[in-house]
Design a protein around this ligand. Structure first.
Ligand code: NAD
Length: 507
C-alpha cells in the first residue's frame, strides 16, 4: 500500500513547510494508512498567511467582472469533475460515494450564489440629503480570512464560506480537518485551473498549532469555524480576543417530533434516512425522535423494519451490477469505539436496545471502522446517550404524552441547530415553528439545510457569534460597510464654504 504525502498549499503551489510533525490519514473502510499529513508549525502558518496577505491588494482591485468570471470557471470545473472529488472524500471520510457527491452538490450551490456577487455587493445611494450633498454606501472586502473546518464535510463546509469570501475580494487560508485533508488540496488545484491568481486561496494543514496561529495572527481579519461546541467556543473567544470578526458553528442534537396525526410511513423513512445517513456524522442528523402520544409503538416498529434492511459497507463507487452500501464506516477507529461505548452506556442506563449496531455485519474489509445502525427506545433526557452529541449511527426514541412536553424537551436542550416536526396539521406546524428555540426547522423535512441564498446556522450552543453561514449574512460577514457623504457645489452658484463649528445639520 503506497501512502501519499499531503502538504500545505501556499501562493499557488504545494508547500512542505519546515515542521517535521506528521499525522496519518486512514481509509476508514480498510483501516489502512493512505497518507502522511504535514502538520504546520507557527512559522509554517506565518508563511502561508503571508502568501495570502501578499495577494490581497491585487485581488481586491480586480474588477467584479473578472472576479466573477473566475468563480464561474471554478463552478464549471467542479461540476465536470465532481466524481474525482467524491472518490477522494469517500476514501478519507468513509461516507458512501453518492453521499459525497451530494455534499459537493450542496457546496456547489454556494459557488453558484457567489457568481451573483456583483448584485450582492451593490450599495445604496441617496441624492440631495442636504443641499449639494449625496450619500452612498458600499461594502469592502476584509483582507485575509481564515476558515477552519470539521472532518464530516471536507468539501461542503469550506464551500459554505470560500466562494463568497473570494468573490467579495478577500484572500483565504483554509485549515481543513487533519482526518480528511486531501479534498482541500484538490480544491486548491481546481481554483488554479479556474484562473484564480496565486495566493488568493491557500491551505494550511495541521492541528491546534495551526488553528492557534490563525486565531492570533494580526494579518487575519476574520475566522469562520465549524466543529464541535467546546472548540467552537474556544475559537470564538480566542479570535475575538485578538480583534477578529468570528462566526463559530458548533455541535448539535437534533430532535424530530412526530405528532399522532403524522404520516408514519413518511416519518419512519425520514427518521432512518436522517438518523443513519453518513453514519450519523452530520451536524443536521436526527439523533432523537420524540414520539408524541399514540405515535410511539407503530413508529418504532416501522423505523426498526427499515433499519434492518440497511447495507453497511465500503462506500466507494460500486460496480454497476452492485447495490451501493447505504452507510459507510465511521471516520476513525477511536471514534467508532467512542460511539460503541455510548451504546453500552445507553444499555446500562436502561434504554431499550431495539437494534444493536455492534453486532452488524459489514460488506467490507475486516480492518474497517464498522458499526451498524443502533436504535434505542424509551430513552430519557437524563441518560448520557441523550445528553451527549454521539455523532454516530445511534437513534434514540423518547416518548412524551403531549405537544407541550415535546417542545419542553427541545427547548431545554443546550443545542439549537436543527429540528423537524412531522404532522398533517398545518396549525400545529405553524405553532411549532414559533415555539422552538432552534435555528433551522423542517416541517415534514427531516434535514432542513437551507439553500445557499438563505443562511445556515443554529442557536444556543450550536453557534457562537451572530452571523450565520452563506446567503446575505455570508456576504455581510466577509465585507465591511462604508458610507460616503459627498458635497459638490452647483457650478452655476458657487458659494464660499464658511466656518461652522457646531455639529453639522442637514438642511
Ligand atoms: P472538531 O471540533 O474536533 O474539529 C474541528 C476543527 O477544529 C478541525 O479543523 C480541528 O483540527 C480543529 N481542532 C480540533 N481540536 C482543536 C483544539 N483543541 N484547538 C484548536 N483547534 C482544534 O470537530 P470534528 O470532530 O472535526 O467535527 C465534528 C463536529 O463538528 C461535531 O460536533 C458536529 O456537530 C460539528 N459540526 C457542526 C456543524 C454546524 O454547522 N453547526 C457542521 C458540521 C459539523
Amino acid at each position: 500500500m503506497t501512502t501519499t504525502t499531503i502538504t500545505h498549499w501556499a501562493g499557488g503551489a504545494p508547500y512542505s513547510g519546515t515542521s517535521d510533525r506528521r499525522s496519518d490519514v486512514t481509509n476508514p473502510a480498510t483501516g489502512q494508512v493512505t497518507g502522511r499529513l504535514t502538520l504546520a508549525s507557527a512559522s509554517d502558518a506565518e508563511y502561508v498567511i503571508a502568501k495570502a496577505k501578499a495577494a490581497t491588494a491585487q485581488w481586491r482591485a480586480t474588477s467584479l467582472a473578472r472576479r466573477t468570471r473566475v468563480v464561474f470557471a471554478f463552478r464549471e470545473l467542479l461540476n465536470a469533475r465532481r466524481a474525482e472529488l467524491a472518490a477522494l472524500i469517500t476514501a478519507e471520510h468513509g461516507k458512501v460515494f453518492s453521499d459525497a457527491e451530494g455534499e459537493i452538490a450542496r457546496g456547489q450551490e454556494v459557488v453558484e450564489f457567489a457568481c451573483g456577487i456583483a448584485h450582492l455587493l451593490k450599495g445604496g445611494h441617496s441624492e440631495g440629503v442636504s443641499t449639494g450633498v449625496d450619500v452612498h454606501s458600499k461594502r469592502d472586502p476584509l483582507g485575509v480570512v481564515g476558515i477552519i473546518s470539521p472532518f464530516n464535510f471536507p468539501a461542503m463546509v469550506p464551500m459554505w464560506f470560500f466562494p463568497i469570501a473570494i468573490a467579495a475580494g478577500n484572500t483565504v487560508v483554509l485549515k481543513p480537518s487533519e482526518k480528511d485533508p486531501s479534498a482541500a488540496i484538490w480544491i486548491a488545484r481546481l481554483w488554479k485551473e479556474a484562473g484564480l491568481p496565486d495566493g488568493v486561496f491557500n491551505v494550511l494543514q495541521g492541528d491546534k498549532e495551526a488553528v492557534d496561529a490563525l486565531l492570533r495572527s494580526p494579518d487575519v481579519e476574520a475566522i469562520s469555524f465549524v466543529g464541535s461546541t467546546p472548540i467552537a467556543q474556544y475559537v470564538y473567544e480566542e479570535a475575538a480576543k485578538h480583534g477578529k470578526r468570528v462566526q463559530a458553528l458548533g455541535g448539535a442534537k437534533n430532535h424530530m417530533v412526530v405528532l399522532p396525526d403524522a404520516d408514519l410511513e413518511l416519518a419512519a423513512d425520514a427518521a432512518v434516512s436522517a438518523g443513519y445517513g453518513s453514519a450519523g456524522e452530520r451536524c443536521m442528523a436526527i439523533s432523537v425522535v420524540v414520539a408524541v402520544g399514540s405515535a410511539g409503538d407503530e413508529l418504532v416498529a416501522r423505523i426498526a423494519d427499515r433499519t434492518r434492511t440497511l447495507v453497511i459497507g465500503d462506500g466507494s463507487s460500486p460496480a454497476s451490477s452492485e447495490r451501493e452500501a447505504d452507510m459507510g464506516p465511521l471516520v476513525t477507529r477511536a471514534h467508532r469505539d467512542r460511539v460503541a461505548s455510548f451504546i453500552e452506556s445507553g444499555e446500562r442506563a436502561g434504554a431499550k436496545v431495539v437494534i444493536d449496531g455492534r453486532t452488524a455485519v459489514a460488506r467490507g474489509a475486516e480492518g474497517g471502522f464498522w458499526l451498524g445502525p443502533t436504535l434505542f427506545d424509551h430513552v430519557s433526557t437524563g441518560m448520557e446517550i441523550y445528553r451527549e452529541e454521539i455523532f454516530g449511527p445511534v437513534l434514540s426514541v423518547i416518548r412524551v404524552d403531549s405537544y407541550d412536553e415535546a417542545i419542553a424537551v427541545i427547548n431545554s436542550n443546550p443545542y439549537g441547530n436543527g429540528t423537524a416536526v412531522f404532522t398533517n396539521d398545518g396549525g400545529a406546524a405553524r405553532r411549532f415553528e414559533a415555539d422552538v428555540k432552534v435555528g433551522m426547522i423542517g416541517v415534514n423535512v427531516p434535514v432542513p439545510v437551507p439553500v445557499a441564498y438563505y443562511s445556515f446556522g443554529g442557536w444556543k450552543n450550536s453557534l457562537f457569534g451572530d452571523t450565520h453561514a452563506h446567503g446575505t449574512e455570508g456576504v455581510h460577514f466577509f465585507t465591511r460597510g462604508k458610507v460616503v457623504t459627498t458635497r459638490w457645489s452647483d457650478p452655476a452658484r458657487r458659494q464660499q464654504g464658511g466656518l461652522e463649528l457646531g455639529f453639522p445639520r442637514n438642511d
